[in-house]
Design a protein. Structure first.
Length: 487
């Protein structure tokens, strides 16, 4: 296929060339009606590019098949049989993928280190989650993806499960053995869905971890805005084989997706695909060298411990994305959240993630010598200033297994059940009716339907005192918790 083509961008350029005058949405009419004070900050071209797909980029019959051509080019670029664009972010795409495999009351295997959007999907579609627990790295206090044998064990216990949802790479760059898990799923005749939100760049360089389509997954969801060059909410479904029917995926997406898709998202997805198809190897080669150089420099700084390929050698992960710079800061005597806040306040550097132990920074093809220097200078300054940061009460990090809570009710049933609001000191043994997710990375410590324990309450309460945010809890201070009412 001709990857110099960009059907969406070409249609947008043609729309502008024709000078169409639109008498439908959006109401700003390609920027004519936008407040100049808004245009001064956002730029007028954002609004000029905000065009409907129907009677805009294409006619009402979609006879030019603008979007279809762009999706075919994407599929060809990454080695998928089919690709479908979504403008609602991968949080919605993952819910759609789950709906395409399992319906209400049916079983679906899920990695328990899933993002809160996956728990939301379980609640929305009413599936019975069969949790596959991740491997827990006690020294780093980090969850890595489960292994094929873990998946095989759960499928043997639940042969009526409809499929498996695997999350890889994690927020911290650790990756699963996708091929191994896919082959286990296929032995049992079920599809593997991969939430590869952090892996849109993986198809374009051989030194990156395996890409889901190459590793025999059936359905892969990527967030191109995370490690690629598209705007926020840019998501793509990638599909192969016949275990998930394309028409079923499209119908499920139609249930959840918007009818007002963003041309800005479509155009940036289209342009990013062209860039990667033509230049991706060289751009990522440079990014990989840069990340290696930065990681080595960080390792020389006292109190900072960057994570790298040693986690593969130690058997914690099947592979690791070297473009993720994950740095343990505990030897500085501060938390990752404190480090992140200090870097933003004092050096105007915003890291990608932080928790009680570490910070993370993503290196992409967009980085250059200047951003490399800014990051390293900021980390030098953090080391020098660490002694001046306030010491906060420590979070009581749980032992391995303490976060593997008993599932006493279906998440949907618990979420919609009558509830009591119970003080944290009295909540052990009760069934959660809400999702409680330390953020970032937004992986729930407690999901609806799980039995709350003293250990998890202690972890969450001390985490809040330590600076952890719990934005989805009914009471973010966690003084009171929402639980299923006693009959």
């Amino acid at each position: 296929m001709d990857h110099s083509r960009v059907p969406v961008l070409e249609a947008l350029a043609e729309f502008r060339r024709r000078g169409d005058v639109v008498f439908g949405p959006p109401g700003h009419k390609q920027g004519r009606g936008v407040d100049p004070r808004v245009a001064e900050i956002l730029g007028l071209d954002v609004f000029r590019s905000d065009v409907l797909s129907l009677n805009g980029l294409d006619d009402r019959r979609q006879s030019q098949d603008v979007l279809g051509q762009a999706q075919d080019l994407m599929a060809d670029a990454v080695g998928a049989e089919q690709a479908f664009f979504s403008t609602c972010g991968s949080s919605l795409s993952v819910k759609t993928a789950m709906l395409a495999v399992a319906g209400p009351g049916e079983k679906l295997l899920l990695s328990r280190n899933a993002h809160k959007s996956v728990i939301a999907g379980v609640i929305v579609n009413g599936v019975e989650p069969i949790w596959v627990h991740p491997k827990f790295d006690a020294e780093r206090h980090l969850a890595h993806p489960p292994e094929p044998d873990d998946v095989r064990d759960r499928l043997r216990e639940h042969p009526d499960a409809k499929g498996m949802l695997l999350i890889t790479p994690t927020e911290w760059g650790t990756c699963a053995d996708i091929r191994g898990v896919a082959r286990v799923c296929h032995e049992f005749g079920v599809p593997l869905i991969v939430d590869e939100a952090w892996g849109a760049h993986l198809p374009f360089h051989p030194d990156l971890p395996p890409w889901g389509m190459d590793a025999e997954a059936d359905l892969v969801v990527t967030s191109v805005h995370k490690m690629g060059g598209a705007v926020e909410q840019s998501s793509v479904f990638h599909l192969q084989y016949d275990r998930v029917a394309p028409e079923v995926l499209k119908q499920r997406e139609d249930l959840l997706g918007t009818t007002s898709a963003s041309s800005l998202v479509y155009a940036s997805l289209d342009g990013w695909r062209r860039q990667m198809a033509e230049q991706g190897h060289d751009l990522l080669e440079a990014a990989l060298h840069r990340a290696g150089r930065i990681r080595k420099a960080i390792a020389d700084l006292p109190g900072l411990r960057p994570m790298g390929q040693e986690i593969v050698a130690e058997g914690h992960a099947a592979s690791f994305d070297p473009l993720k710079l994950v740095v343990d800061v505990r030897e500085l005597g501060v938390s990752g959240m404190q480090a992140a806040e200090w870097l933003r306040a004092h050096r105007h550097v915003d890291v990608g993630g932080s928790d009680t132990c570490r910070i993370s920074a993503s290196i992409t093809h967009a980085d250059d010598d200047e951003t490399e220097k800014v990051l390293l200078d900021a980390l030098h300054a953090l080391v020098d200033a660490a002694d001046t940061l306030e010491r906060r009460p420590p979070a009581h990090l749980p032992a391995p297994g303490a976060l593997e809570l008993e599932q006493a009710m279906l998440p949907r049933d618990a979420f919609f059940a009558p509830v009591d609001h119970v003080p944290a000191e009295q909540v052990a043994g009760r069934i959660a009716a809400e999702t409680i997710s330390p953020y970032p990375p937004g992986v729930p410590a407690v999901a609806p339907g799980e039995v709350i324990t003293e250990e998890v309450v202690d972890y969450l309460r001390t985490g809040v005192e330590h600076g952890v945010l719990i934005p989805d809890a009914s009471d973010p201070s966690l003084r009171m918790l929402r639980v299923v009412a006693h009959p």
